[in-house]
Write a protein that binds this ligand. Structure first.
Ligand code: ACO
Length: 324
């Protein structure tokens, strides 16, 4: 059916200046070699003291606006995926709205942990197609360093801080999979698995922010299975198959999950975008950070089929298929 379809018009990113190498964790009876071989991570960034998630988000948003050649005044929807908001309320999205000088439209946070950017893209897609907005700023921004238990070597080595953003804009479309833009989305959750990956604090329970707790082996097992199924189903919704995929731009949790999922999908490694080496797992920020790297390298060409997928605490997971 002819109508509109949101296309990505610009991509931006921001990483804090402070680089934290694997050697910074050696006092925890771990090693650079263990971290590299189990996760693929070489280094991550941590925000400076006092540097808030909203600051990372605003920097990434400005970069995306520049890339798109769009003025803040042309944005009428902000979706900010984060699990590390500046404050309990208001949403970090409205802080970003204020900092960018945007006074029209609406802004809110999306909380789906590492699947946050996929959820945000899916929701922005629905809102734009419904006509509730015309041009969206979709951001993933996190300061996970604030919820790391720095005595727990099984989690603190994995995560980093960062932000990425895209500008989505409605364009006239034929309603076929030859259109540019978001072709299909798939979002899922299953709260029975929340004990596998969670934060042991919160407003209502402890009145503290808490720290990440994780059963790494179980998360790994669920991740590869659920990401494979979601990606295949999302491609089917788009009338495509894994053979049509030019680039897999996955959530950057760790290289072993990325490689195993790509292998199960039969997507060759030269079509998989992996940037986790240099920023660790930045949760909701990781997909736009990876997308930015691939776009900046000139790898992605107009007409290419991209698929993004992610899973995180919830468990919450999903995929998005995009024609560039
Ligand atoms: N350094 C050295 N040893 C360690 C470290 C460390 N940093 N962390 C754990 N170990 C030890 C464990 O204590 C254990 O020792 P034991 O056998 O004496 O008990 C041993 O290493 C093996 O531990 P496992 O948990 O079995 O190690 P595994 O090979 O599974 O690797 C890892 C751990 C990397 C966390 C892996 O399970 C994984 O990648 N899980 C996915 C989790 C993930 O990426 N989560 C991110 C959030 S969810 C998401 O974004 C998808």
């Amino acid at each position: 059916m002819a109508g509109v379809r949101p296309v990505i018009r610009g991509v931006g990113r921001y990483l804090p200046e402070r680089i934290v190498p694997n050697s910074a964790f050696e006092h925890l009876d771990t090693s650079d070699e263990w971290i590299r071989t189990r996760t693929g991570i070489l280094e991550r960034r941590f925000a400076a003291d006092g540097q808030l998630t909203s600051e990372l988000a605003v920097n990434a948003a400005r970069d995306a606006l520049d890339d798109a050649g769009v003025e803040p005044g042309d944005i009428d929807l902000i979706l900010l995926a984060t699990s590390t908001p500046d404050r309990t309320f208001p949403s970090t999205a409205v802080t970003v709205q204020r900092e960018l000088g945007i006074t029209q439209g609406f802004a809110f946070d999306v909380q789906a942990v590492c699947a946050g950017f996929v959820y945000a893209l899916a929701n922005a897609n629905a809102l734009l197609r419904a006509g509730d907005a015309r041009r969206a700023l979709v951001i993933g921004a996190e300061t996970f360093s604030r919820i790391l238990d720095m005595r727990d070597r099984s989690t603190c080595i994995l995560f980093g801080d960062g932000a990425g953003a895209v500008i989505l804009e409605n364009r006239p479309a034929d309603g076929t999979n030859r259109d540019r833009g978001i072709l299909a989305t798939d979002t899922r959750s299953d709260g029975r698995y929340q004990h596998l990956l969670y934060v042991d604090g919160g407003v209502s329970s402890t009145q503290t922010a808490g720290f990440i707790r994780m059963d790494g082996k179980e998360v790994f097992r669920h991740a590869v299975n659920k990401l494979e199924t979601s990606t295949r189903d999302c491609l089917t919704k788009a009338g495509l198959s894994t053979k049509d995929v030019d680039f897999l731009v996955p959530h950057q949790a760790n290289l072993r999950i990325i490689n195993k999922t790509a292998e199960k999908l039969g997507i060759p490694s030269d079509r998989v975008v992996a940037t986790v080496r240099h920023h660790g797992n930045t949760s909701a920020a990781s997909i736009p950070l990876a997308l930015h790297a691939a776009v900046s390298a000139g790898s992605i060409l107009p007409g290419n089929i991209l698929v993004t997928n992610a899973i995180g605490g919830g468990l919450a997971w999903g995929s998005v298929v995009i024609r560039w």
